[in-house]
Design a protein around this ligand. Structure first.
Ligand code: GMT
Length: 378
């Protein structure tokens, strides 16, 4: 199939999933066209089967806001005509599903039918999409999609609760290429980061308020009082400065390593003992899955889709949002006993196997095939 993929090209989970999906589909023989405003961060390898088309939005002084949806839908029309793209998969409803629908209507005028598959990723539903300013457009574009998927059962339930949805929604979870996160990794450079007697705790996110990064600091502060440890803090975002200040106030700045954005999280997870994800809301928690694939147990909140990924008492523990004492207690329980830590590490890796890329990507392929077949009948 010739598949167009629209996504955010940034470090956010939806862009990562879209990019990894496109790359895997290309390995399975499909021709993939990424259409977005920058080259996706994980799109390192451009092969014969993978193409990248940049959407340009020229600055014009009359516009207070530059019209990205307009530029994207025009680019989609051009690329579909030029490359014979048969189906479009848009990731994150805003504004991608809307732009996809506009492209579809423009193409229909020329007798070209372009089915749209929309994947909802989380904040496009739970935070931004349900805002009254966007809700009518988001409802409309979900209902006009030819197929709709969510990344967890929880997100499907939330979508049906918050919007008036007429379409069926299929759940296709986030996935992981387990070979990239092989816990037999031999060049783990743990010694560079911590002493032998120190445990390594890790957090990865885009440091937005929804990630509750202050809870990460509180839990780590409590842990390091009991067990010698270091915190690996990966990501950039609006909460970063406040986190640095708090670490300074608490006198733990020398125990926290700030990595900024990193494309080498597998290398950091390789030497981690515990992963913290206390989010306010999390539709799936790809970062938790990446940790688990590296054999790192997870202490997370029990919100959204996290209980579908992190299995309480097995791959880690779940706590109510904001309950840092419970999170600390569970973290200490895992870290204080080497045999127990090893069991949790093995369990985490085993739970991650459920989300193997080779099992999940065929689900998207089946959705594309069904959608194309349905559209041919119409
Ligand atoms: O987590 C983020 O802040 C990024 C965000 C995104 O939309 O790029 O991630 C969402 O999509 C990921 C991939 O499907 C999910 O694994 C994340 O849980 C989800 N984030 C939230 O729901 C907060």
């Amino acid at each position: 199939m010739k598949i167009g993929i629209v996504c955010y090209p940034t470090f956010g989970g939806s862009g990562v999933v879209a990019t990894e999906l496109g790359l895997e589909l290309s390995k399975r023989g499909h021709e993939i066209h990424f259409i977005t405003y920058n080259q996706p961060v994980r799109l390192e390898l451009i092969s014969n089967n993978v193409h990248y088309h940049e959407v340009n939005v020229p600055e014009y002084p009359l516009f207070h806001y530059q019209p990205y949806e307009l530029a994207l839908s025009s680019k989609l029309v051009d690329m579909v005509k030029l490359h014979g793209i048969e189906i479009l998969h848009v990731h994150y409803a805003i504004p991608h599903a809307y732009a996809g629908y506009m492209a579809k209507k423009m193409l229909q005028e020329e007798g070209i039918y372009l089915p749209i598959v929309t994947t909802l990723h989380g904040t496009d539903i739970t935070l931004v999409g349900s805002h009254p300013f966007y809700k009518p457009a988001v409802t409309f574009s979900i209902n006009k999609s030819d197929a709709v998927t969510t990344v967890s059962q929880s997100l499907k339930d939330e979508t049906l609760r918050l919007f008036d949805i007429k379409n069926d929604i299929s759940v296709v979870p986030n996935f992981i290429d387990l070979e990239k996160y092989n816990h037999e990794f031999t060049d783990c450079q743990r010694a560079m980061m911590a002493n032998d007697d120190e445990k390594i705790i890790t957090h990865i996110s885009n440091l937005r308020p929804v990630k509750r990064v202050q809870d990460v600091i509180s839990v780590f502060y409590n842990i390091q009082k009991e067990i010698p440890s270091k915190l690996m803090f990966i990501g950039e975002g609006p909460e970063k400065e406040k986190v640095e200040l708090r670490c300074q106030e608490l006198g733990i700045l020398n125990k926290v390593v700030f990595f900024g954005r990193s494309n080498e999280i597998d290398k950091i997870l390789c030497f981690s003992d515990l992963f913290l994800l206390p989010s306010q809301t999390e539709s799936f928690g790809l970062a938790a899955l990446e940790a688990m694939a590296s054999g790192v147990p997870v202490i997370s909140s029990n919100t959204g889709g996290l209980p579908e990924v992190n299995i309480h008492g097995k791959s880690g523990f779940l706590s109510n949002v904001g309950d840092v004492d419970h999170m600390t207690k569970n973290a200490l329980h895992i870290l204080s006993d080497e045999t127990r830590l090893k069991t949790f590490k093995n369990n985490a890796r085993n739970e991650a196997l459920k989300f193997d890329i080779h099992a999940i990507v065929p689900k998207y392929e089946a959705i594309y095939e069904d959608t194309l077949a349905k559209c041919l009948v119409l």
